[in-house]
Ligand binder design. Structure first.
Ligand SMILES: [Zn+2]
Length: 281
């Protein structure tokens, strides 16, 4: 009896959800598709190396002074236009059907990648998802984990949820503390700048100030949950932007004893170049 009742309630909830969120293509809003054929065509894989484009991924070698990426990073798609729309919609929705559609396109892309760089079969190799933002993880919207599970399945390598994200207020403290503000100065700064700064303190990224060190904050936002001595990691993320989160994840894995073979991501913004050809982002 109860089961019947729950069933009826669940069905009603689904109908309501359809009414409130009618199905439309995540890329272009065409009716009755999760991702329409036109937009799906834009998900055709165009693998490229993007480590040089993400400013925070570039590290300076202390002994040689050479600048090199923390790990090879590959992106399947360009994060722009309808592809960007589709990914943003996906990340902010709870739609299981959209997840299936995007994971299907990603899996198709991975088959292409396998031909370019076949990871050697090594029992030490694992797939690790970059942890989702704390709030997203609490809402159960683990989009990166879906992508990582597809990689693990495609390459026949186990997936290990080895990393965790810290809550945003801890991230904010790390960001401000890196400016060598003492606790007293930190409080004083918060009070002097009023509510806006307090909001920035609680929700870094939204009201970020010049005193906020994004790189430091994002690096410290990720930590390893377990020891990973000797493990070789294929790290997976959804979108590479500044690379600060990725760098934090790579560092956390290395601190736990692992090495990162390479990073696979769904998309990265188009490379911006200045007049002298140097990458800007
Ligand atoms: Zn579309």
């Amino acid at each position: 009896m109860l089961a019947l009742l729950y069933g009826a309630i669940a069905e009603m909830a689904t109908c309501l959800a359809d009414l409130l969120y009618p199905r439309a293509c995540a890329g272009c809003s065409a009716w009755d598709y999760d991702v329409c054929p036109d937009c799906a065509a834009l998900f055709a894989p165009q693998w490229r190396s993007v480590a040089d484009h993400a400013r925070f991924l570039l590290l300076v070698d202390g002994s040689t002074g050479q600048v090199a990426p923390a790990a090879p990073v590959y992106a399947m798609l360009e994060y722009s236009g309808r592809v960007r729309n589709a990914i943003v919609t996906w990340k902010h929705s709870h739609q299981a059907s959209l997840t299936r559609a995007i994971v299907r396109l990603w899996t198709r892309g991975l088959q292409d990648f396998g031909g370019v760089l076949e990871p050697s079969p090594d029992p030490q190799q694992i797939v690790v998802p970059v942890p989702s933002k704390w709030k997203r993880a609490h809402d159960g919207r683990l989009v990166v984990r879906e992508l990582a599970a597809a990689v693990a399945h495609q390459f026949g390598i186990p997936i290990v949820d080895a990393l965790r994200a810290r809550p945003p207020w801890l991230l904010a403290i790390a960001g401000y503390r890196s400016q060598s503000l003492g606790w007293f100065d930190l409080l004083a700064a918060l009070m002097k700048d009023g509510l806006r700064r307090v909001k920035g303190f609680l929700r870094p990224g939204r009201y970020q100030s010049a005193r906020f060190d994004e790189r430091r904050a994002k690096r410290e936002a990720v930590s390893a949950k377990i020891s990973l001595a000797g493990k070789r990691v294929i790290l997976v993320d959804d979108v590479v932007a500044s690379g600060a989160t990725l760098e934090g994840a790579i560092r956390a894995l290395e601190n736990a004893g692992a090495s990162v073979d390479f990073v696979l991501t769904l998309a990265a913004p188009p490379a911006k170049t200045s007049s002298n050809g140097a990458a800007l982002s």
